[in-house]
Ligand binder design. Structure first.
Ligand SMILES: [Zn+2]
Length: 420
């Protein structure tokens, strides 16, 4: 190789090396840019139940100020549920939310496994109408919400799971909503040719009260189990369970309470506006007319300061004598069965005329006005306590099931004794 050939060879090697270096630099640039893009804190709400309007977002401090999305005409602005992506794992994210009291639980709820399991944040720090939660997770994305979400797909999954787990259970669609969505429901214990007493359990007439759907889930899971009380209830009654009554607002991520023209729980007049109420109304009325209505239970979450569960009852003036006896028995048993962690200590309130001018259009009162011996109550399960978790909501649902079962069994036995 002469000098010229050597020079040429060195030049070619140099060119190749430069090309490789350029590739490397380009790759590094692309990677660093995509990492930068991933690391950018973002707020998403484009999924069922999602709600949150960003007031400000400080990327550097991972500090986010948020309000529930405003949905005029769709009820209270209190429910929020966001997906945060681009979190720097292990660093603290600060979430500032308002307004108190309805949108500001002491502890927010979050999931790092895409909504499989939910846990509480540490207690937030209040500042007038707002609350600040600090969240440190070892993940680059997290779901954070007012309480454990439960949307239409959860309702569908629940009724399908219960139907698959029990021969006595069959899933059905209560109605199609005004928004064109299906309302999943399940019937458990129905038997061809046997007209059994009806037990009706429903949740979420108010969309923001997500905890009540978890109570419904606990009740349903218990009812298809081998527990003796559950076996008795499904052998001797037909139970209908509706985990979400206001599917449209739940999936929209709106509050639902006091929506236009009125909310689901002021819709129980002669001509219901909402399709789920109309469908429930027809089935319950039919059972009542056939003297087959045994129990009606409406599941809600109460006010922030209600730190123990309680029942709303109809005023006695509209209850049949038999209903009063059956309700007294039920409440005594519920006090024994619903013993915590979310404990019913016997506290009750009246949803009578002094409570609301449209009191006769509240579901529990409407059910009492049918004049049957049925138990007709509204269970308000506290949402603003350290115990207000998915697990404990399900526990009180199970305990509610036991209370209904024991109560109806004793009622049936006392009826038999009277006949003897
Ligand atoms: Zn409610």
């Amino acid at each position: 190789m002469n000098t010229q050939q050597l020079r040429h060879c060195i030049q070619r090697l140099y060119e190749r090396w430069i090309t490789k270096l350029s590739y490397c630099l380009l790759l590094c640039l692309v990677l660093s840019q995509s990492t930068a893009a991933q690391a950018q804190l973002k707020v998403q709400t484009d999924f069922p139940g999602g709600s949150g309007e960003v007031v400000s977002l400080n990327e550097k401090n991972q500090h986010l100020v948020l309000n529930p999305t405003n949905h005029p005409g769709h009820g209270w602005r209190c429910w929020w549920y966001v997906r945060l992506t681009g979190i720097r794992p292990g660093e603290t994210v600060t979430l500032d939310v308002g307004n108190a009291p309805w949108a500001t639980p002491d502890q927010a709820t979050f999931s790092v496994d895409g909504g499989e399991t939910w846990q509480h944040t540490e207690k937030g720090e209040r500042d007038q109408k707002r609350i600040v939660y600090k969240l440190k997770v070892d993940a680059d994305f997290v779901l954070v919400a007012w309480g454990p979400p439960f949307v239409s797909s959860d309702a569908k999954a629940l009724v399908e799971k219960l139907a698959a787990g029990s021969e006595a259970a069959s899933a059905f669609t209560l109605c199609q909503t005004r928004g064109g969505r299906e309302t999943p429901a399940i019937r458990i214990g129905a038997e061809e040719g046997r007209d059994k007493p009806l037990v009706w359990i429903q949740a979420r007439q108010h969309a923001w009260e997500s905890g009540s759907s978890w109570v419904a889930q606990g009740f349903g899971e218990w009812l298809v189990s081998d527990d003796a009380g559950a076996v008795w209830l499904r052998r001797n009654t037909e139970v209908v369970l509706v985990p979400v009554m206001d599917i449209d607002n739940v999936d929209l991520g709106a509050g639902g309470k006091s929506q236009t023209p009125h909310d689901h729980n002021r819709d129980w007049g002669d001509d219901p506006h909402w399709n789920s109420v109309a469908a429930a109304h027809a089935l319950i009325r039919k059972a009542a007319e056939n003297d087959k209505l045994a129990a009606f239970v409406d599941l809600h979450n109460p006010a922030a300061e209600d730190l123990s569960p309680f029942f709303y009852l109809s005023s006695e003036e509209i209850m049949s004598d038999a209903a009063k006896v059956n309700q007294t028995r039920f409440l005594a048993i519920a006090k024994e069965e619903m013993r915590g962690p979310l404990r019913f200590n016997g506290r009750v309130k009246s949803s009578g005329s002094a409570y609301d001018k449209n009191w006769t259009k509240i579901s529990g009162n409407w059910a009492s006005l049918l004049g049957t011996p049925a138990i007709a109550v509204t269970l308000e399960t506290s949402w603003n306590t350290p115990h207000s978790t998915t697990e404990n909501y399900r526990t009180i649902g199970r305990q509610l099931g036991q209370s209904i079962s024991r109560s109806l069994k004793e009622q049936a036995e006392s009826g038999k004794n009277e006949k003897d």
